[in-house]
Structures are given as C-alpha cells and as structure tokens.
Design a protein around this ligand. Structure first.
Ligand code: DAH
Length: 339
C-alpha cells in the first residue's frame, strides 16, 4: 500500500497540463469517484490495524498534494489562455495609425517656413489682449469708425480687455520690446463677433508680417509678397496690388493673386475675374512707429496680414469654414498625405 502511495505521489508531482481540458482529465483520473486516489481510500478498510495510522496519514498527504497540483495546473492554463485572448493575431503588423496634422496647421507651417527662409523670425502674442495693443497703438483713434471694421468681443466687466480681432497686435508687442532691425512673422488665432456660417466664424487664424529697418521701401514689400505667392501657389502665380485703407499702414493695399484654379482665365471660384484677394499690406504708418517707441525719422517698415483659412481654402477648396473646427476625422483624414 505504502509503495502504491509513493508511486502515485511521484506521478502527481510530475503532472503537466497544456489546457483546461487536460487539467480536468487529470482531476477525474485521480480524484473523481472512480479516481485512483479515491480507490486507494476505499482500500483503506483492508489495511491492518497497526498500519492504519501511517497509511491514513500518507493517503491524506497524497490527496492534498493532488488537489493542490491540479488546481495550480488549472489556474496556470487559464492565465495562459487569457494572455492569448489579448493578442489579436489578425492585426496589421504596422504600428498604431498616426493622426493627421490639421490643414490649418499644415498651411500655417508652410507660410512660416517660406518667410523663415527670407530671414523672418517667429513672434507670438496673447489672444486675450488690451485695447492698446489691438487698436490704440495701431493708430485706431478712440472714436475712429475703423474700430467697427472688426466686431470685437469685449470682457463685460473690463471693457479694456478684449479678444484680439487681428494679429496686428503682435506688431505692437514686438516693437515695444525691440528696436529695428525687426523682421517677424506672427501666426495666431483671432476672434470676431460674427454669426457662424459657411463663410464666417467667430474665430479664425491670421499671419502677420512686419519688417522695420532703415530704407525699407514699398518695392521690398512687393518683392517679398511676390516670392511668397509663387512659393505658396506655384511659380506662374501673378500678383496685383489695389489701393486700400488700414489705420496702421500708409499707403495701404490689398493683394490679389491670379486665380490658380483657372490660371487667371476666370471661373466661378474667382467670380470670373481671374483674381482672388489674399492679404492686406502697406508701409507702417509713422504714427504707429512713434506710438511704439521707434524713431520714424530714421526707420521705415512694411507690414502685411493674411487669413490662414483663406489661404487654405485657395489651396484645398474647403467650401465650408465650419469644417475647420468640427474635428470630423473624415475631413481631417483627407490631409494625411499633406502632412
Ligand atoms: N489686420 C488686418 C485685418 O485683420 C490685416 C492687415 C492689413 C494686416 C494690412 C497688416 C496690414 O499688417 O499691413 O484685416
């Protein structure tokens, strides 16, 4: 009997199972009603009385060892199979799909990149601004109707604090801290109190450019803008400047580029004129230089400002401005290759 118990004990210690079914089969083999260990216990009755104590003890040890071993095998195979379930063997070997850059970011980076190559450095300013930087320092008189050109969001309790309505405020931020030569490009978000529609939004993005030095002329401005237009829209792009008005520039102009969809022949996109407007520009008004601590008898400068949404629309024909802020991945996915 003892020999039998020892043989079974050795067997139990060496047990292995590769699956839950195999582990269960072992339980049946040793511990079920007709199992080998149960049979041993049934034989216990015929053990001579003087051996009963030792044999009983050994059978109990064997039973406990078998239970422990089989339970351990069961939990081990359950854990292995759980690990298997977490690994999706049908998954593509490529890493997790990357998101896309937002089209406005792509175009902003492209604009900044073009001007960086021309020696402009990046400057940024706050979106929550004061009246001075957005208007007064930019030569908007207190009661000047030009203030109505841009429908401004005011903070009710602090009418002096506003959401900037153009990035021209960054011009003032740069001038108050630096003396010429100044050559900066300032991208950022601006806000206007507009009803949201396909063609207008209460926030959008602009890029401002400012160059101040000795002897800066309108010719310099024109040449830089021509180069920008050709880099952005292709080498055949033509530009034209129309006289305009901005309080902070004198003279002021608006710049059109030849419609790159029809090549200037006329189409519905350019309203059959062959031209599309892309930015405002001009020579920095001496009053702006003076208001910002720069001697206008020594220095001259030019400035320009453009809407990033507008440039993006020209490049990618996005028909509805609201698409830019809806985070619809079907729209964003279209820009994967432009990244
Ligand atoms: N700030 C103008 C706007 O928001 C754009 C602009 C026009 C900026 C002429 C300039 C400029 O720097 O010279 O409509």
């Amino acid at each position: 009997m003892i020999e039998k118990i020892e043989k079974l004990m050795a067997e139990i210690e060496a047990l292995q199972a590769a699956s839950a079914e195999e582990a269960e089969a072992l339980r049946i083999k040793y511990l079920s009603k007709k199992g080998e260990i149960t049979a041993l216990m049934n034989d216990f009755r015929s053990v001579p009385a003087e051996q009963k104590k030792e044999v009983g003890m050994r059978i109990n040890q064997l039973k406990t060892a078998a239970l422990d071993k089989i339970n351990a095998l069961k939990s081990q195979v359950a854990c292995d199979s759980q690990k298997c379930a977490c690994i999706d063997l049908t998954r593509s070997p490529y890493p997790i799909r990357l998101g896309t850059r937002h089209p406005l970011t792509i175009v902003r980076n492209e604009i900044v990149d073009i001007f960086s190559r021309l020696g402009f450095t990046l400057a940024e300013g706050p979106e929550v601004e004061d009246d001075w930087h957005v208007y007064s320092s930019m030569n908007f008189a207190d009661d000047h109707p030009a203030r109505d050109m841009q429908d401004t969001f005011f903070i009710e309790s602090h009418p002096d604090i506003i959401l900037r309505s153009h990035t021209s405020s960054v011009q003032a931020r740069v001038m108050e801290k630096n003396q010429p030569p100044i050559r900066v490009i300032c991208p950022g978000r601006v806000y206007r109190n507009e009803a949201i529609s396909a063609r207008a939004h209460c926030f959008f993005h602009q890029v401002e450019g400012l160059y101040i030095d000795k002897n800066v002329s309108f010719t310099d401005l024109k040449q830089v803008l021509l180069l920008f237009a050709q880099e952005m829209f292709g080498p055949d792009t033509k530009i034209r400047l129309r006289p305009s008005y901005f309080p902070f520039t004198e003279p002021s102009a608006e710049m059109d580029i030849s419609c790159h969809l029809c090549g200037g022949k006329g189409c519905s996109f350019c309203k059959h004129t062959g031209w599309v407007e892309i930015l405002g520009c001009g020579m920095v008004d001496p009053a702006v230089l003076e208001a910002n601590g720069i001697d206008s008898s020594v220095y001259t400068g030019y400035a320009f400002g453009m809407g990033i949404e507008r440039i993006t629309n020209l490049k990618y024909q996005v028909k509805d401005l609201r698409m830019f802020s809806e985070n619809d991945t079907r729209f964003l996915d279209e820009f994967v290759s432009a990244n």
